[in-house]
Design a protein around this ligand. Structure first.
Ligand code: SAM
Length: 286
């Protein structure tokens, strides 16, 4: 088949297979070789690497990654794309496609069975409607992957990558940075997709840490404190935490002071390390 990024190839596939784009599945296919190369080279694949791709679409990225990597496992929810992928990727024997919803499948056991129990890289042009749940599934469920290189909506990438004090810094920044080290690989304009989405995209790399960034007594409670702190953005930390955690102000104030944090500060100024220490101290008195 001809170049998979070309609009005429996509049209040919639509006609041959009776395929139609599904808005609800976030189907915006890449039509730029340059961007495909940026994602693939940003993934720094080598011949021993295993790749887990979420949402291969018609296989533009899968095709390029299979040239380099040892094996690519692609998880595609849309059954109407499976016969398409069988044709577009037919020349490779190191690709396996599973027709599943990535949010429902037992990813760790699929990796074990189909990717030789390796620690793969996740590489994907993610559907926007489930970007955060997919990223958080890999991180929170402690699925053994080394890196997550994904193209996502620009605004979400900015939030993930934000530092304390920045106006986009929030619970998502803390959640992702708790488990990984983010870096921006490329900015991608909305014009290189078919159909064209409403927003621009960013390719972001998350280097998954061996251990979470801070040691916390209770992970669930840590995230509860983080959510409470960001719950009321214009409130002081003291007010936001006491209403979000349902605790007496005097107790919260004492814990904040003991942790060396001014109760008048706002949640969006706290580093992950400060959140860690604060949640551990609150945990003791809750
Ligand atoms: N990788 C292709 C590309 O770059 O042109 C397609 C990217 S498109 C933005 C997202 C893909 O994810 C679509 O093929 C869509 O069917 C698939 N998808 C959407 N939700 C999914 C889910 N929950 N699990 C697996 N695949 C999903």
């Amino acid at each position: 088949m001809k170049k998979l990024t070309s609009v005429s190839t996509i049209r040919y596939i639509m006609e041959k297979y009776g395929f139609n784009f599904s808005k609800s599945l976030g189907q915006n296919f890449l039509t730029s070789d340059h961007v495909v190369n940026e994602i693939v080279s940003g993934s720094e694949l080598s011949e021993g690497d295993y790749v887990l791709e979420v949402g291969p679409g018609i296989g533009v990225m899968t095709y390029e990654m299979a040239k380099i990597a040892k094996k690519v496992l692609a998880v595609e929810i849309d059954s109407s794309l499976i016969p398409v992928l069988n044709e577009t990727l037919e020349e490779y024997d190191n690709i396996e496609i599973i027709n599943q919803d990535v949010l429902k499948v037992d990813i760790q056991s699929e990796i074990k069975q189909r990717l030789d129990g390796s620690r793969p890289k996740v590489v994907a042009n993610l559907p926007y409607y489930v970007t955060t749940p997919i990223i958080m599934k890999f991180l929170e469920e402690d699925i053994k992957v080394s890196d997550i290189i994904v193209m996502i909506q620009k605004e979400v990438a900015d939030r993930i990558n934000a530092e304390p004090g920045n106006k986009t810094y929030g619970a998502l920044s803390v959640a992702v940075q708790f488990f990984s080290e983010p870096s921006i690989i490329a900015k991608v304009p909305k014009t290189v997709f078919m159909p064209q989405p409403k927003v621009d995209s960013t390719v972001i790399r998350l280097k998954v840490l061996d251990e979470p960034r801070v040691k916390v007594e209770d992970r669930k409670y840590f995230f509860k404190v983080v959510r409470a702190a960001f719950g009321k953005r214009r409130k002081t930390l003291l007010n936001a935490l006491s209403s979000g955690l349902g605790m007496e102000k005097s107790i919260i104030e004492q814990v904040l002071l003991d942790t060396g944090i001014d109760p008048k500060r706002r949640g969006e100024t706290l580093s992950i390390e400060e959140f860690g220490e604060l949640s551990n101290n609150l945990w003791k008195v809750k």
